[in-house]
Unconditional design. Sequence first.
Length: 201
Amino acid sequence: MGIPKETLGQYLQRSMDEQGLTLRKIPSMVSPPKNHAFVMNYLEENGCLPAYEQGLVKILYAPAENRCLFMMNDGRGAVGRSLNGATPKWMSYGITSGALTVGTSDVGIIVEDAPSACAVGVIDGYAGIAILGTNLSTKQKQSLKNYKKIIICLDNDAKKKAIILLRQLQGLVNCTIRFINKDLKYCRSDEIVNVIENPGL
């Protein structure tokens, strides 16, 4: 008995997933978050507001889908967070290859999600990086090797993902792991620095 071959549809979906591409287009009707108090509230509660206000990340609101869109790849892609509990919680739109990066430092902090990247990216000396998925694409590896240092900051539930990422980055860039027990998007800047610089706390 042989291994069943994948259908053309399965092959295309796998290829698109590996390249960070989706069939979903970025919603055509979008609005700035500042026009919607509850979206601004979400940004504030999830550590995104300073990065948004400083222009470090482009964020839009898609009213038809009730999602907060974190734009990436020069506006050609986005990850959208449901604001009303709809599933999936996160959805990709357009070209989402690469990583969602917030900040310009040469020390990159890989975090769980877009809001955590925003919370880290406003701190001098760090760039917040949200990797979408576990397996790094060639484009992501090329981007990440430009950092002087990468610190993977994921919680204990994501140990396996952190170790997989570390293995993929070994030999490309100076890389370490910090297992954290705080969700960085809910932390003040001084708490984030403490977590990054003092492992085990």
